[in-house]
Design a protein around this ligand. Structure first.
Ligand code: AQP
Length: 331
């Protein structure tokens, strides 16, 4: 009998800062849509979060918050594995091995996210930030991952994971599956509200650059009303000429489930202000519903879900790590 084995997806979010609608629309919404079709593993990647300045007093709270956001966003913890990265030692162990035998300084020197976060030429940052993509490769490769659903800022890192896997397989033995990135057609790069040339980011200084998933709806309304728009008055999707309005149209379209074309028609003869007012209401409604779900979830239950998830994920990770250790000659 031929068994219909599902392909596997793996992805994660780091518990750094406040999750925003970019994280939701670019990543979590996609995971929700894929969770039935794929064997799904979603991690709270906490060891990534300590590569930038953080507060140890609130990290644990943030870890729980992220897992709660996964579930409030629609991830079904009974169907998928949700776990905390640092609960499984194989991640850092495989990262070290890949650092030593597969990753090159020339690979990491190409990573644009490092340059953005560290500032070009800045050597006064932690090595962990530089090495972040290798840990991410280890995260993905440990689970024989077929597909990695991410926002497009992470594409380069998934490509590196593919390169490291191929190099390792070539130099030793074919241990790793080569993962494919999966990027949404719409929403893969939600832009900052106050500077639509930049992506919306947890770590951006200005609160007015993003809509947090846990923002008070009233505050979110203010943020949308203050969002940068473009010269002219026409509500038209054209990311090159109208990056601000195009970004707002994308957010509106994804949250209200209305095609951009239909929104353009609806607002053809309407000023930016009216358009923003309607979008602000849509965002507030979304946040209200989201936060209602979020507030139903008990923190204690989340800790149990993470522990149970780690128990399921660990044997998969250990099996891969053991194969790796054998072929590199330490076992
Ligand atoms: N603006 C965005 N639009 C669409 N998707 C996005 N993602 C991040 N920003 C956007 C996707 O969210 C997932 C989790 O991201 P992460 O925690 O790994 O952090 P990141 O990619 O470095 O993005 P952030 O939110 O801007 O965090 P900071 O400021 O801490 O770096 C990923 O799939 C990412 O692509």
């Amino acid at each position: 009998m031929i068994q219909n084995i599902k392909k596997r997806i793996f992805s994660g979010v780091q518990p750094s800062g406040n999750l925003h609608i970019g994280n939701f629309l670019g990543a979590i919404k996609q995971w929700v849509a894929l969770q039935d079709e794929y064997d799904s593993i979603f991690s709270v990647v906490d060891y990534h979060a300590i590569t930038v300045k953080y507060d140890p007093k609130i990290l644990r709270k943030k870890i729980i918050e992220i897992a709660k956001i996964y579930i409030a966003g629609g991830i079904d913890y009974k169907k998928v594995i949700i776990f905390q990265q640092s609960d499984i030692r194989a991640h850092t162990e495989l990262c070290w091995i890949l650092n030593a035998v597969s990753a090159r300084v020339s690979d990491l020197n190409k990573m644009t996210q490092f340059k953005d976060k560290a500032g070009e030429g800045n050597v006064n940052v932690g090595i962990g930030l530089y090495d972040y993509p290798v840990l991410m490769a280890a995260d993905i490769l440990l689970y024989n991952t077929d597909v990695v659903p991410v926002g497009d800022d992470q594409l380069q890192h998934v490509e590196l994971a593919r390169d490291l896997a191929k190099r390792f397989n070539h130099d030793y033995e074919k241990i790793f599956k080569i993962p494919e990135p999966k990027i949404m057609k719409q929403g893969a790069r939600i832009m900052s509200l106050d500077n639509p040339e930049k992506k919306m980011s947890k770590s951006a200084e200005s609160e007015f650059s993003r809509i947090g998933l846990l923002d008070e709806p009233e505050l979110a309304i203010k943020k949308i009303m203050k969002a940068t728009t473009d010269i002219g008055a026409k509500v038209k999707f054209n990311p090159k000429e109208k990056p601000g309005i195009s970004n707002l149209l994308t957010i509106y379209s994804l949250l209200a489930n209305i095609e951009i074309k239909k929104l353009e028609e609806k607002y053809a003869n309407i000023m930016y202000g009216e358009f923003k007012k309607d979008l602000a209401e849509t965002v507030a409604e979304f946040l209200n519903d989201f936060q209602k779900e979020y507030n139903k979830i008990d923190d204690k239950q989340i800790a149990e879900i993470l522990t149970a998830g780690a128990k399921k994920a660990e044997p998969i990770a250990e099996e891969t790590l053991m194969k790796v250790k054998r072929v590199i000659g330490v076992k």
